[in-house]
Design a protein around this ligand. Structure first.
Ligand code: ATP
Length: 321
């Protein structure tokens, strides 16, 4: 993995500001007595060129937040902007184009096409869109991710970590304004998971990208610049410069407070004891969270949406670098 002195084309990106933001973002599923308020008037700013992790108990709204910020899901109320573009209210066709041109996705299942080479998988979204990749940028991404000598391989000829790197390169190739990663390490062993987190970190530090990652893993969240904590559809806390220990301690507090409300069917509402914490910025200077007592665990990760239906075959032949 190389850290270049200068990154091709990063001058295009703003050095600061927000890559995405939401105001009063509300998402309800269903109606009447069975209605679920997945997001409850969330205000959030995703800082540009930062690595933001999203954590919270199962059912707290992490995936819904990611999907609505990415324009993958409609909102019930509120507004969402990607850069300066308000995406709430866009027609499906416009949304599809915006996602294609400005957003990159990484899912837990790599969603690589088994019959295509690594290079073809990387450029597939642009090929579909009829766009030519910026050759300098593409080569830079390939080198940064250490995929140069794997480009002709098909997914089955790559290890899990290498496949996820290809998925990472695919998300980066079009130089999106924002990369959303949903449990990107969920299916990887710890070594490969660390590698992918390192590359996401590199994407931010060396390539100037913006990453939002949903994770259940405090160790994964520790690679981010800031962690947003959700509970009952609201952002109730944030932690800058997170460590795995501090994130774990913060997560434990959910198991004795907000986390149990959802599990027992209590109507979603602002978390008691956390008023006013649903509006946050993801600036690096944000306040840290204090640790708390009580043991606990988080739930298994969600099934990711699959824009392309082909996951890597389970019998993939592992190969080392
Ligand atoms: N399509 C849907 N229809 C009905 N309810 C839904 C739907 N999608 C999500 N929900 C509900 O919205 C709430 C938030 O779900 P979401 O998947 O965003 O949570 P999460 O924090 O990502 O959970 P997990 O960590 O378990 O994946 C949950 O109560 C969930 O049951």
């Amino acid at each position: 993995m190389s850290t270049p002195a200068s990154t091709p084309g990063t001058e295009r990106a703003e050095p600061s500001g927000t890559a995405a933001r939401a105001r009063g973002l509300t998402k309800a599923y269903g109606a009447g007595e069975t209605a679920v308020l997945a997001l409850d008037a969330v205000d959030v700013d995703i800082a540009r060129r930062r690595f933001t992790a999203v954590m919270g108990p199962s059912g707290s709204g992490k995936s819904t937040l990611m999907h609505t910020l990415a324009g993958l899901d409609s909102v019930s109320a509120g507004q969402v902007w990607l850069g300066d573009t308000e995406i709430t209210g866009l027609k499906e066709r416009e949304l599809t184009r915006l996602r294609r041109d400005r957003v990159g996705f990484m899912f837990q299942s790599f969603n690589l096409i088994p019959t295509l080479s690594a290079r073809e998988n990387i450029t597939l979204p642009m090929d579909i869109a009829g766009r030519r990749p910026d050759p300098e940028w593409l080569e830079h991404v390939i080198d940064t991710l250490g995929l140069r000598d794997r480009l002709r391989h098909r997914p089955a000829q790559l290890s899990g970590g290498q496949q996820q790197r290809v998925a990472c390169a695919r998300a980066l190739a079009a130089r999106p304004e924002l990369i959303f990663a949903d449990e990107p390490t969920g299916n990887l062993d710890s070594r490969a998971g660390l590698e992918v987190l390192g590359f996401l970190r590199e994407a931010v530090d060396a390539l100037g990208q913006t990453v939002v990652m949903v994770t259940h893993d405090p160790g994964a969240a520790a690679h981010s610049d800031v962690v947003l904590f959700l509970a009952d559809g609201r952002i109730v806390d944030e932690m800058a410069a997170p460590t795995a220990e501090a994130v774990l301690e913060r997560m434990k507090r959910f198991d004795t407070s907000q986390g149990t409300a959802r599990a027992t069917g209590t109507a979603p509402a602002a978390a008691p004891g956390n008023p006013g914490h649903d509006s946050v910025r993801t600036d690096p200077g944000a306040r840290g969270a204090s640790p708390g007592p009580a043991p606990g665990a988080t739930a298994p990760p969600p099934a990711p949406p699959a824009p392309e239906a082909h996951a890597a075959p389970p019998d993939a032949e592992p190969r080392e670098d």
